[in-house]
Design a binder for this molecule. Sequence first.
Ligand code: PEP
Length: 259
Amino acid sequence: MKKYIVAANWKMNNDVRPSVDFAVSLSKNLLKLKQTEVILCPPFTSLFHISEILKVTSLKLGGQNMYFEKSGAFTGEISGSMLKSSGCQYVILGHSERRHIFNESDEMIQKKMTAALEIGLKPILCLGEKLEERQSGATHNVLERQFKSAFSVVSGDRLESCVIAYEPVWAIGTGVVATPEQASEAHQFIRELLKKQYGSEKAELMTILYGGSVKPSNAKTLIEAKDIDGFLVGGASLIEQDFIGISEIVERHLIAKET
Ligand code: PEP
Protein backbone atom coordinates (compact mmCIF):
# COMPACT_ATOMS: atom_id res chain seq x y z
CA MET A 1 0.00 0.00 0.00
CA LYS A 2 1.23 3.46 -0.87
CA LYS A 3 1.70 5.68 2.19
CA TYR A 4 0.11 9.14 2.27
CA ILE A 5 2.18 11.65 4.22
CA VAL A 6 1.84 15.18 5.55
CA ALA A 7 5.22 16.54 6.67
CA ALA A 8 5.77 19.78 8.57
CA ASN A 9 8.93 21.73 7.76
CA TRP A 10 9.22 24.28 10.54
CA LYS A 11 12.43 25.66 9.00
CA MET A 12 14.37 28.00 11.35
CA ASN A 13 11.34 28.80 13.51
CA ASN A 14 10.44 28.07 17.13
CA ASP A 15 12.84 27.85 20.07
CA VAL A 16 12.88 24.71 22.20
CA ARG A 17 10.02 25.48 24.60
CA PRO A 18 7.49 26.67 21.99
CA SER A 19 8.48 23.75 19.71
CA VAL A 20 7.79 21.25 22.46
CA ASP A 21 4.48 22.86 23.42
CA PHE A 22 3.44 22.93 19.77
CA ALA A 23 4.35 19.25 19.28
CA VAL A 24 2.37 18.27 22.40
CA SER A 25 -0.70 20.07 21.17
CA LEU A 26 -0.40 18.82 17.59
CA SER A 27 0.08 15.23 18.64
CA LYS A 28 -3.09 15.36 20.77
CA ASN A 29 -5.09 16.89 17.95
CA LEU A 30 -3.80 14.48 15.33
CA LEU A 31 -4.45 11.33 17.39
CA LYS A 32 -7.54 10.50 15.39
CA LEU A 33 -5.68 10.20 12.07
CA LYS A 34 -5.40 6.52 11.20
CA GLN A 35 -4.30 6.46 7.56
CA THR A 36 -2.15 9.54 7.08
CA GLU A 37 1.43 9.55 8.30
CA VAL A 38 2.37 12.86 9.88
CA ILE A 39 6.04 13.83 10.16
CA LEU A 40 7.30 16.80 12.17
CA CYS A 41 10.61 18.35 11.10
CA PRO A 42 11.53 20.90 13.78
CA PRO A 43 14.90 22.64 14.13
CA PHE A 44 17.76 20.39 15.33
CA THR A 45 17.70 21.90 18.82
CA SER A 46 14.19 20.58 19.51
CA LEU A 47 14.50 17.13 17.99
CA PHE A 48 15.40 15.10 21.06
CA HIS A 49 12.80 16.76 23.30
CA ILE A 50 10.09 16.27 20.70
CA SER A 51 11.10 12.66 20.11
CA GLU A 52 10.26 11.94 23.75
CA ILE A 53 6.76 13.34 23.19
CA LEU A 54 6.17 11.54 19.91
CA LYS A 55 7.20 8.13 21.33
CA VAL A 56 3.67 7.50 22.56
CA THR A 57 2.02 8.76 19.36
CA SER A 58 1.99 7.67 15.73
CA LEU A 59 3.66 10.90 14.59
CA LYS A 60 7.14 10.60 13.16
CA LEU A 61 10.16 12.88 13.44
CA GLY A 62 12.47 14.18 10.73
CA GLY A 63 15.55 16.38 10.45
CA GLN A 64 15.59 19.27 7.99
CA ASN A 65 19.08 18.50 6.69
CA MET A 66 22.23 16.53 7.50
CA TYR A 67 25.85 16.32 6.39
CA PHE A 68 27.12 13.28 4.48
CA GLU A 69 30.24 12.60 6.56
CA LYS A 70 29.89 10.39 9.63
CA SER A 71 31.85 12.60 12.04
CA GLY A 72 34.88 14.88 12.21
CA ALA A 73 36.00 18.46 11.77
CA PHE A 74 32.88 19.88 10.10
CA THR A 75 31.96 22.75 12.38
CA GLY A 76 28.27 23.46 12.49
CA GLU A 77 27.19 20.29 10.72
CA ILE A 78 24.98 17.41 11.92
CA SER A 79 25.45 13.76 10.94
CA GLY A 80 22.82 11.17 10.09
CA SER A 81 23.72 9.22 13.19
CA MET A 82 23.12 12.35 15.32
CA LEU A 83 19.66 12.67 13.77
CA LYS A 84 18.91 9.01 14.40
CA SER A 85 20.05 9.18 17.99
CA SER A 86 17.80 12.23 18.44
CA GLY A 87 14.81 10.10 17.42
CA CYS A 88 14.49 10.88 13.71
CA GLN A 89 13.25 8.37 11.18
CA TYR A 90 13.25 10.84 8.27
CA VAL A 91 15.47 13.59 6.89
CA ILE A 92 14.60 16.28 4.33
CA LEU A 93 17.33 16.45 1.66
CA GLY A 94 17.81 18.85 -1.23
CA HIS A 95 15.29 21.42 -0.03
CA SER A 96 15.37 24.40 -2.39
CA GLU A 97 16.56 26.65 0.44
CA ARG A 98 19.55 24.32 0.84
CA ARG A 99 20.12 24.19 -2.91
CA HIS A 100 19.78 27.91 -3.58
CA ILE A 101 20.75 29.75 -0.36
CA PHE A 102 23.47 27.34 0.75
CA ASN A 103 24.55 26.31 -2.76
CA GLU A 104 24.11 22.57 -2.26
CA SER A 105 24.90 20.80 -5.51
CA ASP A 106 23.28 17.67 -6.95
CA GLU A 107 26.53 15.88 -6.15
CA MET A 108 26.38 16.86 -2.49
CA ILE A 109 22.74 15.84 -2.22
CA GLN A 110 23.60 12.50 -3.81
CA LYS A 111 26.22 11.92 -1.08
CA LYS A 112 23.62 12.82 1.54
CA MET A 113 21.17 10.29 0.03
CA THR A 114 23.81 7.56 0.36
CA ALA A 115 24.70 8.56 3.92
CA ALA A 116 21.05 8.80 5.04
CA LEU A 117 20.13 5.38 3.67
CA GLU A 118 23.27 3.79 5.10
CA ILE A 119 22.43 4.96 8.60
CA GLY A 120 18.78 3.94 8.25
CA LEU A 121 17.14 7.34 7.79
CA LYS A 122 14.38 7.77 5.20
CA PRO A 123 15.22 10.66 2.88
CA ILE A 124 12.50 13.06 1.75
CA LEU A 125 14.20 14.21 -1.44
CA CYS A 126 13.02 17.62 -2.65
CA LEU A 127 13.01 18.42 -6.37
CA GLY A 128 11.76 21.49 -8.14
CA GLU A 129 12.32 24.06 -10.82
CA LYS A 130 12.85 27.82 -10.45
CA LEU A 131 10.42 30.26 -12.08
CA GLU A 132 12.73 31.09 -14.97
CA GLU A 133 13.26 27.38 -15.60
CA ARG A 134 9.49 26.80 -15.81
CA GLN A 135 9.08 29.84 -18.04
CA SER A 136 11.79 28.66 -20.41
CA GLY A 137 10.26 25.17 -20.65
CA ALA A 138 13.10 23.52 -18.70
CA THR A 139 10.98 22.02 -15.88
CA HIS A 140 11.30 18.40 -17.01
CA ASN A 141 15.05 18.72 -17.61
CA VAL A 142 15.58 20.11 -14.11
CA LEU A 143 13.44 17.44 -12.45
CA GLU A 144 15.14 14.69 -14.43
CA ARG A 145 18.63 15.98 -13.57
CA GLN A 146 17.85 16.28 -9.86
CA PHE A 147 16.07 12.92 -9.78
CA LYS A 148 18.75 10.99 -11.67
CA SER A 149 21.55 12.37 -9.58
CA ALA A 150 19.89 11.60 -6.24
CA PHE A 151 18.50 8.20 -7.22
CA SER A 152 21.59 6.92 -8.99
CA VAL A 153 22.73 5.75 -5.54
CA VAL A 154 19.40 4.16 -4.54
CA SER A 155 18.99 0.46 -5.32
CA GLY A 156 15.54 -1.02 -5.92
CA ASP A 157 15.44 -2.68 -2.52
CA ARG A 158 15.99 0.68 -0.79
CA LEU A 159 13.44 2.63 -2.80
CA GLU A 160 10.64 2.03 -0.33
CA SER A 161 12.67 3.94 2.28
CA CYS A 162 12.55 7.09 0.13
CA VAL A 163 9.95 9.81 -0.29
CA ILE A 164 10.00 12.47 -3.03
CA ALA A 165 8.68 16.00 -2.58
CA TYR A 166 8.00 18.02 -5.73
CA GLU A 167 8.47 21.62 -4.64
CA PRO A 168 8.47 24.24 -7.40
CA VAL A 169 10.77 26.96 -6.08
CA TRP A 170 8.39 29.71 -7.26
CA ALA A 171 5.66 28.31 -4.99
CA ILE A 172 7.69 27.98 -1.78
CA GLY A 173 6.80 30.58 0.80
CA THR A 174 5.37 32.86 -1.89
CA GLY A 175 1.65 32.23 -1.47
CA VAL A 176 1.58 31.26 -5.17
CA VAL A 177 0.49 27.63 -5.24
CA ALA A 178 0.90 25.37 -8.28
CA THR A 179 -2.44 24.52 -9.83
CA PRO A 180 -3.52 20.90 -9.31
CA GLU A 181 -2.88 20.40 -13.05
CA GLN A 182 0.68 21.79 -12.87
CA ALA A 183 1.51 19.78 -9.75
CA SER A 184 -0.07 16.60 -11.05
CA GLU A 185 1.74 16.89 -14.39
CA ALA A 186 5.11 17.17 -12.59
CA HIS A 187 4.24 14.28 -10.28
CA GLN A 188 3.29 12.08 -13.24
CA PHE A 189 6.60 12.96 -14.90
CA ILE A 190 8.50 11.97 -11.73
CA ARG A 191 6.48 8.74 -11.51
CA GLU A 192 7.53 7.95 -15.09
CA LEU A 193 11.19 8.50 -14.15
CA LEU A 194 10.70 6.07 -11.27
CA LYS A 195 9.08 3.53 -13.57
CA LYS A 196 11.96 3.71 -16.04
CA GLN A 197 14.50 3.12 -13.30
CA TYR A 198 12.71 0.70 -10.98
CA GLY A 199 9.71 -0.72 -12.89
CA SER A 200 6.00 0.01 -12.51
CA GLU A 201 5.28 -1.98 -9.39
CA LYS A 202 7.87 -0.21 -7.23
CA ALA A 203 7.17 3.19 -8.82
CA GLU A 204 3.45 3.00 -8.05
CA LEU A 205 4.22 2.45 -4.36
CA MET A 206 6.36 5.57 -4.03
CA THR A 207 4.96 8.53 -2.11
CA ILE A 208 5.33 11.79 -4.04
CA LEU A 209 4.48 14.86 -1.96
CA TYR A 210 3.65 18.31 -3.24
CA GLY A 211 5.10 21.34 -1.44
CA GLY A 212 4.66 25.05 -2.07
CA SER A 213 2.16 27.33 -0.31
CA VAL A 214 -0.18 24.48 0.69
CA LYS A 215 -3.03 25.69 2.89
CA PRO A 216 -6.36 24.25 4.03
CA SER A 217 -8.00 26.29 1.26
CA ASN A 218 -6.08 24.59 -1.58
CA ALA A 219 -5.24 21.17 -0.09
CA LYS A 220 -8.46 19.44 -1.18
CA THR A 221 -8.15 20.07 -4.91
CA LEU A 222 -4.44 19.24 -4.82
CA ILE A 223 -4.85 15.93 -3.00
CA GLU A 224 -7.59 14.91 -5.42
CA ALA A 225 -5.22 15.34 -8.38
CA LYS A 226 -3.55 12.27 -9.88
CA ASP A 227 -0.26 11.15 -8.34
CA ILE A 228 -0.26 13.61 -5.42
CA ASP A 229 0.24 11.52 -2.29
CA GLY A 230 0.43 14.15 0.43
CA PHE A 231 2.19 17.39 1.25
CA LEU A 232 5.39 18.93 2.55
CA VAL A 233 4.15 22.03 4.35
CA GLY A 234 6.26 25.02 5.36
CA GLY A 235 4.49 28.21 6.46
CA ALA A 236 1.12 26.61 7.20
CA SER A 237 2.78 23.97 9.38
CA LEU A 238 3.53 26.70 11.93
CA ILE A 239 -0.17 27.51 12.31
CA GLU A 240 -1.80 24.79 14.35
CA GLN A 241 -5.30 24.94 12.89
CA ASP A 242 -3.94 25.09 9.33
CA PHE A 243 -1.65 22.09 9.74
CA ILE A 244 -4.39 20.06 11.42
CA GLY A 245 -6.81 21.16 8.69
CA ILE A 246 -4.44 20.04 5.90
CA SER A 247 -3.79 16.68 7.62
CA GLU A 248 -7.53 16.09 8.07
CA ILE A 249 -8.18 16.86 4.39
CA VAL A 250 -5.68 14.15 3.40
CA GLU A 251 -7.21 11.70 5.88
CA ARG A 252 -10.75 12.38 4.60
CA HIS A 253 -9.55 11.91 1.03
CA LEU A 254 -8.15 8.49 1.92
CA ILE A 255 -11.30 7.41 3.72
CA ALA A 256 -13.42 8.53 0.74
CA LYS A 257 -11.15 6.59 -1.64
CA GLU A 258 -11.69 3.42 0.39
CA THR A 259 -15.49 3.58 0.36
C1 PEP B 1 8.73 24.18 2.23
O1 PEP B 1 9.53 24.95 2.76
O2 PEP B 1 9.04 23.00 2.03
C2 PEP B 1 7.43 24.71 1.82
C3 PEP B 1 6.68 23.96 1.06
O3 PEP B 1 7.13 25.97 2.27
P1 PEP B 1 5.70 26.71 2.12
O4 PEP B 1 4.62 25.71 2.47
O5 PEP B 1 5.78 27.84 3.10
O6 PEP B 1 5.60 27.16 0.71
